[in-house]
Write a protein that binds this ligand. Structure first.
Ligand code: FAD
Length: 503
């Protein structure tokens, strides 16, 4: 396993044409769909995953980048979810150690009540994690807090509560999951959109109509089980099945800002358990910058390109400025990204929306369309397992035990040097470095440490098709520094054009 294999999109299309019937067709190439598809291939089912845009184009590349038990769910008393997520956090650290880092967080303490509350709360968090804990939490003094978190506001500080969670690169994990699916003889392809569902004479789903977004070509796909894993777009697929069906979700937006490290030059992440709008705010070191977020704003419609509102950006800047000694201004923002979370749509007569529990939910329609809602990145594996278990049960397939809890993700590598700008390639790092030899001066961006070879690699081995695929999800340039990404975009385009043999 884990050998180098160029991925040719035409070959994947050929595979789709040649396969008469798939066991499982997964719609959506975000965390959820990838988790379902990997579970299905790992059990030996012939599996196809289609993504209308690029893998992780939706919420799955726009998360806070935490692999966490969920301190927030602890506060809500959802111990079962915290336990489930803590186990998954441990498994992901074990199976993708090249992408998941043990990250120390500090909650700055400014009152004695908070000191008691959070010291105790984080002990419970440790206890729930059991053997999957990433390290013990503890209360640290004011002096230690200031040493450990340079840049934190000192006025009124009593100390800090230090705890451990995981931190990761979301879209890189998505790409590695695609590679794992391919490596296990499954098929996962981007820029293929489901435009309709197929049903048999008993009105049971037995496939889908798909469109190659690049060529416009239409295919009919036969599949024994079809899974709707389209995140905030689930209703569009549910309506293909039942046009008179009610909306199941509405959408809320979470925004993050990326700042230079000078605003928070700490290796430890900051966690503010309750902002003025009642949310959690994080400032997390990431790829030599700091990610600060998030907000919670109800919006009208789901979109693949959600736009941050100026009021959300101001809110984050203002809240962060309350804790940072160096106050960031609007001009200091290097990048902004917004992700969408599903909320349960209000039922008739009900005024308010409520958050869908981060514990996922599986809906099986009368037509046997399998829809998965909610959940989080951290629990993508368990969500995949639960969906495939449910398919086996509903369709009377013989149960096969999933091997994914012990399965290394593509790129698996131990002994990661987190300071290496190529660390996130895991086991491919040395191959990329080898290819760089002799072309050492071909850095496209010195600031972001992006080399020409990485663009070629993204096209040849990671199914990148567009400039944005490369800048946003194969490298994280666009999320780290939007101005620098605009500067290098023409060069990236030239390399892609050459690699894809286009004009
Ligand atoms: C602001 C924010 C921060 C978060 N931070 C964290 C975090 O730190 N840690 C954590 O564990 N979780 C986090 N989460 C939760 C986590 O990011 C999501 O649960 C997860 O990414 C959802 O993945 P998904 O696959 O369900 O949806 P998506 O990532 O949105 O994927 C759905 C995909 O379906 C595709 N699709 C839609 N329609 C079609 C069609 N017709 N044909 C083909 N494809 C289609 C879309 O293009 C899209 O790519 C966060 C969520 C938000 C909103």
């Amino acid at each position: 396993m884990n050998q180098l294999f160029p991925i040719n999109r035409n070959r994947l299309l050929q595979q789709i044409e040649n396969q008469l019937v798939w066991d499982v067709l997964v719609i959506g190439g975000g965390a959820t769909g990838l988790g379902v598809a990997l579970d299905a291939v790992a059990r030996g089912y012939r599996t196809l995953l289609v993504e209308q845009s690029d893998f992780a184009k939706g919420t799955s590349s726009r998360s806070t980048k935490l692999v966490h038990g969920g301190v927030r769910y602890l506060a809500q008393g959802d111990f079962r979810l915290v336990r489930e997520a803590s186990i998954e956090r441990g498994l992901l650290c074990r199976n993708a150690p090249h992408l998941v880092k043990n990250q120390t967080f500090i909650i700055p303490i400014y009152s004695y009540l908070d000191m008691l509350k959070y010291t105790l709360g984080m002990k419970i968090y440790d206890w729930i994690s059991g053997k999957f804990t990433l390290g013990d939490s503890l209360f640290i003094s004011r002096q230690k807090t200031m040493q450990s978190m340079p840049g934190i506001k000192a006025g009124g500080l009593l100390g800090g509560v230090l705890y451990h969670d995981g931190q990761f690169d979301d879209s890189r994990l998505a790409i590695n999951l695609v590679q794992s699916i391919l490596e296990n003889d499954g098929c996962a392809i981007n820029y293929i959109k489901v435009t309709g569902l197929l049903k048999d004479e008993n009105q049971k789903i037995n496939g889908a109509i798909i469109k190659d977004v690049e060529s416009g070509e239409i295919y009919n796909i036969n599949a024994k089980a079809v899974v709707n894993a389209t995140g905030v777009f689930v209703d569009a697929i549910l309506q293909m099945d039942n046009p008179s069906g009610k909306k199941t979700i509405c959408v809320s937006q979470g925004v993050h800002l990326v700042l230079d490290k000078k605003f928070f030059p700490s290796d430890n992440a900051l966690m503010i358990p309750e902002t003025s709008d009642g949310r959690v705010l994080f400032a997390v070191p990431w790829h030599n910058k700091v990610v600060v977020g998030t907000t919670d704003t109800l919006i009208n419609e789901a979109s693949l390109e959600p736009q941050a509102l100026e009021k959300e950006i101001s809110f984050i800047l203002k809240t962060a400025s309350g804790y940072f000694t160096k106050k960031p201004q609007r001009i200091d923002v290097l990048s902004v990204f917004a992700g969408l979370r599903p909320l349960a749509a209000p039922k008739e007569g009900q005024q308010k929306t409520k958050e869908i529990s981060r514990s996922h939910k599986i809906i099986v329609s009368a037509s046997k369309l399998f829809t998965i809602l909610g959940g989080k990145w951290t629990t993508y594996r368990k969500m995949g397992e639960d969906v495939v278990d449910r398919i086996e049960k509903e369709l009377n397939w013989k149960h096969k035990k999933t091997p994914t809890a012990d399965m290394h993700i593509y790129g698996y590598a131990e002994a990661v040097n987190w300071n290496d700008p190529l660390y996130f390639y895991g086991s491919d790092t040395s191959k990329i470095r080898e290819r760089m030899n002799g072309t050492a001066n071909q850095w496209i961006s010195n600031d972001l440490k992006i080399h020409k070879m990485q663009v070629e690699w993204a096209v040849q081995y990671e199914l990148a098709r567009t400039v944005e695929d490369v800048l946003s999800r194969r490298t994280r340039a666009l999320l780290l520094d939007a101005r620098e990404s605009i500067r290098i975009a023409p060069q990236v385009a030239q390399i892609i054009v050459k690699e894809l043999n286009k004009n």
